[in-house]
Write a protein that binds this ligand. Sequence first.
Ligand SMILES: [Zn+2]
Length: 274
Amino acid sequence: MNIIKKIKYFGGSIYRGLIGIWQNAFDKAPEIKTTVEWFVLGNSREGRNIRCYKIGTGPKKILFVAGIHGNEVGTIKLAHNLINWLYNHQEKFFNLSIYIISCLNPDGFEIAKQFPDYFRRGRFGRFNLNNVDLDRNFPSKNWQPQSIWPRGRDYGDEAIEVLCGDSPGSEPEVQGFVSFAGIERIKNIISFHNMAGDVIINLENPIAVKWANIYNKKAKFRIVKSPRLSGNMSEWCLENNINYMTVEGTTRWGSDWRKQRVAIQEVLNNLQNS
Ligand SMILES: [Zn+2]
């Protein structure tokens, strides 16, 4: 990075940190209604439950997953908002069974809550307790023991090395996810991350292209081609014929709900009527 870029990046980090403090004080995750159906999908490395919520009993299935990176606190808030909203509007989606994992990495999320790293773009809590980046641990053919975490503008300002586990699918969080998706024969997955304001897809997948266009139109998110990272959920979905999209929300600590609500609704309408 040159000096101008460094100053901009540093300034951006401070600005985002201040917004983060504000959002953690005032944009809290709403309590999920106690009447929503849920089950334990698996356990984390430290033994925390991973909950999956379910709305509807229709034949078409879609899975939303938040908090695969525990530091992306806003995605968990987004999931809570989504669950409550769907619960109140489930009659609209009678063709669908909608699954929502509110936080796939509860150990990392716990660290992010205890040590909120506001001014360095929320580094703490991305990994599980084994220090593994879960979104590089999926049992795809291109899995490798080490990978990168690209950060900053266009994912190009910084690349931090990350560990990807002892073997493909070695982590309990990933094992729980993979076995659940297999048993339920899930063919549509959307994973919530932040923060870039992008949707990342495999451009050869027409369903993902449809979803991405909806996000582009309704929420002004840019459409980005998948970078083909090793052991990524995206790679695993590609190999298993699962329609997949990464949503990079626009804020680290805020729910982003107001920005994404209409786009998510439209994606579900599209699946409902397809
Ligand atoms: Zn992420």
